[in-house]
Design a protein around this ligand. Structure first.
Ligand code: DC
Length: 230
């Protein structure tokens, strides 16, 4: 029998982490967990419940509500992808919008939110065979992960890819707005006090600015194959 491993994928926003994680999940039949979707779903909850104002997040109210917020993922066999559920409602269609992207950094820096999600992520990964993407997976969630990748690309290239994706999904946004949002999220991710985005020392660094998706996947698969053989 193949050995059970966990794979951590961290890196900057919009550099294709989830695309890589999905490809790994499909090829090696591993469970894929998109931790960004969890932070996004809590942000969507805050937006829906008027917990975000000009002054920021209403921390005390969110603290009261947090234990009632249930997150889960269910696999959709038609679309062959995992969908995010917030208290049993499918929120997949809401959490990728620019509205959520603009608010998510505010929510992701709240200590009790991170604490709840890290515990949930560790619980999901405790039996291994999980590929998880995020910002703090290799440093905080699974510091002992069998394999860690840190993905990055130049910010203008990431913004162009994201802008095209949003355009395909019908969102009318200027390229500059997307670029500005990515820069803001990079800044917040890297400078956050708790679990900031940082390459784990033992993570393999990949800058995919100038490499094709196919070449990147081949490289990653070759490393995973080697790990399974060890
Ligand atoms: O991966 P993403 O862009 O969907 O993530 C959305 C936001 O959530 C991102 O701006 C940073 C935050 N995030 C985080 O702080 N920690 C994680 N493990 C995953 C995401």
């Amino acid at each position: 029998m193949r050995k059970m491993i966990n794979i951590a994928i961290d890196g900057h926003s919009s550099c294709g982490k989830s695309t890589i994680a999905k490809a790994i999940s499909k090829r090696y039949q591993m469970k894929y967990i998109d931790t960004g979707a969890m932070y996004r779903a809590i942000s969507w909850y805050c937006i829906q419940n008027n917990l975000i104002s000009e002054a920021g997040v209403k921390i005390e109210k969110l603290k009261e509500d947090i234990s009632e917020i249930r997150l889960s993922f269910r696999y959709n066999f038609d679309t062959e992808s995992s969908e995010t559920f917030l208290n049993d409602e499918n929120v997949e269609g809401y959490i990728r919008t620019i509205e959520v992207s603009e608010k998510v950094s505010l929510v992701a820096k709240i200590p009790f939110v991170r604490e709840k999600l890290v515990i949930l992520q560790q619980e999901i990964g405790k039996d291994k065979n999980v590929v998880m993407d995020g910002r703090d997976i290799g440093t905080k969630v699974f510091p002992d992960a069998d394999l860690k990748f840190f993905i990055t690309a130049q910010v203008a290239i990431r913004a162009k890819r994201r802008w095209e994706e949003l355009k395909d999904n019908g969102e009318k946004l200027s390229f500059d707005k997307v670029l500005e949002n990515l820069k803001m999220r990079d800044e917040n991710d890297v400078n956050r006090k708790i679990n900031p985005l940082k390459k784990a020392e033992d993570a393999i660094l990949i800058d995919n600015s100038d490499i094709s998706l196919a070449d990147q996947n081949d490289f990653i698969f070759s490393i995973i194959d080697k790990t399974f053989k060890e």
